[in-house]
Write a protein that binds this ligand. Structure first.
Ligand code: ADP
Ligand code: ZN
Ligand code: ZN
Length: 730
C-alpha cells in the first residue's frame, strides 16, 4: 500500500509567528528543509518546509496544495537548519522571516540552488610587456595590470570586487590579448602553506597551543588581549592548524569596510579560497559564495553579522573578532545576536570558537567567571610596543576654542613637531549638534523626533541623525525672521576646521560616516595615513576600530563628558570600551604613545578607575555593580516596543501585554513607559521591560502568550516588536 502523503508545515515570509499547512499535491514530496512555492492569499510565496505531519488543525477543505517543490534535497545542512528553528523560538521571531533574513536574496526569490560558472583572467606575456609601455593616462589599465602582476598573474572573481571592476571592463584587455578568460574550476584548492608567520611571543604561543588542542571539538575561548597585542596573529596561526586538518573557518568581524587591512593580511598569509561577504557583492556573487562554502569549496569565510548563516560542509573554527561590538546584535527585524548564536553553532558543529577583544563584553567576562569560556590573555603589546601614557586634562574654567584647550593644542604640537601623527577623537559627526537663533532662542528641532537636528555646514543642511530627515539650512530664523543663526556645540566638521586653523601647515583629514561614503574612501585614507601623508586625523569611532598606524603617537579625546552620565546601565561598559579602544590607537609601533582626555569631571570614577587599573579589573567592578543591581548578565531581559501616531495606542497595547505576562512567578514587568526617545520618525513610542533571574524563564513566559498577544485587537493599532537580550534601550 503506498504511504499517505504528509501534510507540510511551511515557514512562509509573513509577520505571523507560525507556520502554515499545505498538501503535497501533484509535485514530488519535498523533504524537510526544502523550499517550496506556495499559494498565500492572492500571492505566491517561497517558503521552507519545516516539518511533515499527518494531521492539521486547518480544516481539510481549506488546505491547499503547494505549487512547486524547488529543492529535491534539504537546502541547509541539518545543524544550521536546526539553529534557525531554535533562534526563531528563542528570539520569538516569525520563522518565515528568520529564513528570509538568513538566506541569500536569490534563494528567497526561488532561484535554484546551483552554482553558476565563474571566470578568472590570466595575464599573458603580451600583457606583461604592455605594462612597461603603458602611458600614464591609462590609470585603470595600469591598476589592473599592476594587480595581476602582484597576484601571480591572476584576476579572480574576488579581486574584481576589490578592484571595483565588472567583467565587461576586462573585455577590451582580453581582445588585446593581454589576458585570457578562463572558467574557475570548482575544486577545493588544497591548503598548501602559509606565508611568513611571525614568531609568536610566549603569551601568543600559549594561547595558540591551548586552542589548538580543541580542534575537532567544541570549546569556547575568550582571547582577551590589549590593543596591539597580536590577537590577529593568534587567529592566523590557529586558522592554519584548522586548514591543515582540511576544515573550514568562519571569521566574523564588526564592519568589513573598516578592516581592509585585516582581510589583506588573511589573503597574504593563506594560499586558499577566502570568501569575503560584504555589502558590495551582487546577489549572484553572494549566492555563489554560499553554495561554494556549503560544498566545501571555500576554506575561509570572512564577514559581518549575517555571515554566521553561511552553510559549511566541514566547519572547524569560528572566530568572532571584537566580540564586544554592538553591531553583532541586529537592531531591527530578526533581532539576533550573531555572537551568541555563533557559540551555539560551534557547539552543534563540534568546533572551537574564539571570541577576541581588547575590551570584552560583560556577558563574556561573566561566562569566563562561570567557567563557560576559557580565558586566554595577552597582556603585552606584540613587537615590544609600550602601552600609551594616559593624561586626564581638567578643563574646568579653562578657555576652550571650538572645544579645544590650549594645553591640548600644545600637547599636539609637541608630537607633530617630532614628525608624528595625532588622532583627535569626537564621537559626533556634522558641524554642530544644533543651530540656534540669537534673537529669539529658536532651536532647529526635528519635527518628527524628540531631538535637535545636526548642522552639516559643508552640505548646508540640517540632518536628523535619528530619522534621517534632511532640510536645507535656513538663511533666517523660521520663528522671528532674523538672520543671526549660530551653531551650538561641536561636531567633527567644526573640529576639522578649528584644527586646520590651529595647524595651518599640517595636513588634516576627517574620517566619519560623511567623509567615507565613497566606496574606496576608507581604504584611501588608511593608505594615506600609513604613507605619512596625513598629520592630524579627526574622527568618530570609525577610527577607534582595529587600525594600526605606526606613526600615530597621540590620541586626543575632546569631549567625553556626555558619555559619563547616561540612563543606560550599559553606558559605563560602552564608554570604557570606547576609551580603551581609542587609546589603543596611540603608539602601536616602536614609538611611545600618549592619550589626553579633556573633561570637566576629572574625578569621575570611570575615568579614575580606567586609568589607574586595567580594563580587566574595571570589568570585574562593573560586573559586581550589575550583580548588586540585578542587571544583565545576571538577569535576562526582553523589551517589548510599540509605536503608533499617538502614545495612547502603544500604551494600551503594552498594558495588555503586561497583563498577559503578569501571572508568571519570577518574571518582573516594568512599564509600560514612553520610550527614552518618545517621538521618533513621527511615531510615538512606548516600551515594556521584562526581566527574569533565569535565562529561559522569559521564553517560558512569553511563548505561550505570544499568539494571544498577536491577536489582541490593540495589536492592530500599533507596530510592535519583541527584543530578547536587548542591547539598546532606545
Ligand atoms: P591586535 O589584533 O591584538 O590588535 P595585531 O595582531 O594586529 O594585534 O598585532 C599588532 C602588530 O604587532 C601588528 O603589526 C603585527 O604584525 C605585530 N605582531 C603581532 N604578533 C607579533 C609577533 N609575534 N612578533 C612580531 N610582531 C608581531
Ligand atoms: Zn529667531
Ligand atoms: Zn528626526
Amino acid at each position: 500500500m503506498p504511504q499517505a502523503k504528509p501534510i507540510l508545515k511551511v515557514a512562509v515570509p509573513t509577520p505571523l509567528r507560525r507556520s502554515f499547512d499545505y498538501l503535497v499535491g501533484q509535485t514530488a514530496i519535498p523533504p524537510i528543509g526544502a523550499r517550496v512555492r506556495v499559494p498565500f492569499g492572492r500571492q505566491q510565496l517561497v517558503g521552507v518546509v519545516i516539518d511533515h505531519v499527518t494531521e492539521s488543525t486547518t480544516p481539510a477543505n481549506k488546505l491547499k496544495p503547494i505549487l512547486e517543490t524547488i529543492d529535491a534535497q534539504p537546502l541547509l545542512p541539518s545543524h544550521l537548519f536546526k539553529l534557525l528553528l531554535w533562534a526563531a523560538d528563542y528570539y520569538q521571531h516569525p520563522i518565515g522571516d528568520v529564513f528570509n533574513t538568513c538566506l541569500p536574496g536569490l534563494l528567497n526569490k526561488g532561484e535554484p540552488a546551483v552554482l553558476e560558472p565563474e571566470y578568472y583572467w590570466q595575464l599573458t606575456e603580451k600583457g606583461e610587456q604592455a605594462f612597461d609601455k603603458l602611458s600614464n593616462n591609462a590609470v585603470k589599465q595600469h591598476k589592473i595590470l599592476n594587480w595581476a602582476l602582484q597576484h601571480q598573474g591572476i584576476i579572480s572573481p574576488a579581486h574584481l570586487n576589490e578592484l571595483e571592476l565588472i567583467p565587461s571592463e576586462l573585455k577590451p584587455l582580453t581582445e588585446k590579448g593581454w589576458f585570457i578568460k578562463k572558467e574557475v574550476e570548482l575544486n577545493a584548492k588544497p591548503y598548501t602553506q602559509s606565508n611568513q608567520p611571525l614568531t609568536l611571543n610566549p603569551e601568543q604561543q600559549s594561547a595558540v597551543s591551548a586552542m589548538q588542542q580543541s580542534i575537532g571539538q567544541f570549546h569556547g575561548f575568550l582571547l582577551d588581549g590589549v590593543t596591539g597585542s597580536g590577537k590577529t596573529e593568534v587567529y592566523l596561526q590557529l586558522i592554519e592548524q584548522v586548514l591543515i586538518k582540511k576544515q573550514q573557518v568562519l571569521v566574523l568581524v564588526p564592519e568589513i569596510g573598516l578592516t581592509p587591512q585585516t582581510v589583506q593580511r588573511f589573503r597574504r598569509r593563506f594560499n586558499c579560497d577566502i570568501a569575503m561577504l560584504h555589502s558590495g557583492l551582487t546577489d549572484r556573487q553572494r549566492l555563489n559564495i554560499w553554495l561554494k562554502t556549503k560544498q566545501g569549496l571555500t576554506s575561509i569565510v570572512i564577514g559581518t553579522r549575517s555571515a554566521l548563516f553561511t552553510p559549511f560542509s566541514n566547519l572547524g573554527l569560528i572566530v568572532v573578532d571584537e566580540e564586544h561590538d554592538v553591531s553583532y546584535k541586529q537592531q531591527d527585524g530578526f533581532r539576533y545576536s550573531a555572537r551568541d548564536l555563533a557559540i551555539l553553532r560551534a557547539r552543534d558543529e563540534q568546533a572551537p570558537i574564539v571570541l577576541g577583544s581588547a575590551t570584552p563584553s560583560m556577558e563574556s567576562m561573566h561566562n569566563v567567571n562561570q567557567g563557560k569560556l576559557t580565558h586566554l590573555t595577552l597582556r603585552k603589546r606584540a613587537a615590544d610596543a609600550k602601552p600609551p601614557h594616559i593624561k586626564v586634562l581638567d578643563i574646568r574654567q579653562r578657555h576652550l576654542e571650538n572645544g579645544l584647550s590650549q594645553a591640548l593644542l600644545d600637547n599636539m604640537k609637541r608630537h607633530l613637531e617630532n614628525g608624528n601623527q595625532c588622532l583627535v577623537f569626537l564621537n559626533r559627526r556634522g558641524f554642530a549638534p544644533s543651530l540656534m537663533c540669537h534673537n529669539c532662542g529658536w532651536i532647529a528641532d526635528c519635527q518628527r523626533c524628540d531631538k535637535h537636528m545636526t548642522l552639516h555646514l559643508q552640505q548646508k543642511r540640517l540632518h536628523c541623525h535619528h530619522c534621517d530627515k534632511q532640510v536645507f539650512m535656513p538663511k533666517k530664523c523660521p520663528e522671528c525672521g532674523e538672520p543671526e543663526l549660530f551653531p551650538i556645540g561641536l561636531g567633527t566638521e567644526r573640529l576639522e576646521q578649528a584644527l586646520i586653523k590651529a595647524f595651518p601647515n599640517k595636513k588634516v583629514v576627517r574620517i566619519d560616516r560623511d567623509s567615507t561614503r565613497r566606496k574606496q574612501a576608507m581604504q584611501d585614507y588608511v593608505t594615506a595615513i600609513k604613507n605619512n601623508e596625513v598629520d592630524i586625523l579627526v574622527g568618530t569611532q570609525m577610527l577607534a576600530k582595529g587600525h594600526h598606524f605606526p606613526n600615530l603617537t597621540m590620541v586626543a579625546v575632546v569631549d567625553i563628558d556626555g558619555c559619563l552620565f547616561s540612563a543606560d546601565f550599559r553606558a559605563t561598559e560602552r564608554t570604557a570600551q570606547l576609551l580603551t579602544q581609542v587609546a589603543g590607537r596611540a603608539g602601536r609601533a616602536d614609538k611611545p604613545g600618549e592619550v589626553v582626555i579633556q573633561t570637566h569631571h576629572p574625578e569621575h570614577p570611570l575615568l579614575l578607575n580606567l586609568f589607574t587599573q586595567d580594563y580587566q579589573s574595571l570589568s570585574q567592578q562593573i560586573l559586581s555593580e550589575r550583580q548588586a543591581g540585578q542587571l544583565p548578565p545576571y538577569t535576562s531581559m526582553a523589551l517589548f516596543r510599540a509605536e503608533a501616531s499617538t502614545l495612547q495606542y502603544p500604551m494600551e497595547f503594552l498594558n495588555e501585554v503586561a497583563k498577559q505576562l503578569g501571572q508568571v512567578p519570577g518574571l518582573d514587568c516594568f512599564g509600560p513607559f514612553p520610550a527614552p526617545m518618545a517621538k521618533r520618525a513621527g511615531k510615538m513610542r512606548a516600551q515594556l521591560l521584562c526581566q527574569a533571574e533565569q535565562r529561559g524563564l522569559i521564553q517560558r513566559a512569553v511563548k505561550p502568550v505570544i499568539s494571544i498577544i498577536e491577536q489582541l485587537p490593540s495589536a492592530r493599532k500599533v507596530r510592535w516588536s519583541i527584543d530578547i537580550d536587548p542591547q539598546d534601550p532606545f
